[in-house]
Design a binder for this molecule. Sequence first.
Ligand code: DX5
Ligand code: ZN
Length: 212
Amino acid sequence: MKIALSILTLDFSNVENKFKDLASKVDYIHMDIMDAEFVPNISFGYGIVGNLRKLTDKPFDTHLMMMHPQNYIKQFAAAGSQYITFHVEADCDVLSTIKLIKENNVKAGISIKPKTSVEEIEKYLPYVDMVLVMSVEPGFGGQKFMPSAIEKVKKLNELKKANGYNYLINIDGGINGDTAPSIADYVDLAVSGSYICNADNPDERIEILKKL
Ligand code: DX5
Ligand code: ZN
């Protein structure tokens, strides 16, 4: 299983050293962008993403938890994202937002909150490069994994195989050494934040996840 490190709960004092070190050990960096409207929290913006871009060559998997993602695609593309994922529950036209991301030469992803079913996004699956299943309510790091996400990644895996779709299957929220075995067979990558960032020995935890 590939690992996308969420830096939402990373201690930003001495960020350069910590970020570079962790980034060198994972496959993707997951950037959680919050607008205090789609979710009840604020994180950081494209300025910080652009700064961090100078510290690693690892692909950036940018997760927009924004009500109007279509207004910020250009900025997050210019900041150096390889994937931009937005929520189908946002106030935007899904197909034109996918198109806009691709016009900016970035791979396009869609994400679903815990109450949204896979059936609701089936019509978009031929057009996306990533599907991100939320296994917590978006907004905060360090929450408990919701097992209802397991059936969703399983279903997305079946649909991908049956139809020859190209999207990567990603899962986000509460991923750790205990919860990851339940999804590892169905996903291409998994986001992990607090399990890695808050550990005394992050390397050991990255290895545990990578082995799955
Ligand atoms: C939640 C974010 C997640 C979160 C993951 O809104 O989208 O990426 O930071 O953090 P952990 O791994 O702590 O659940
Ligand atoms: Zn995220």
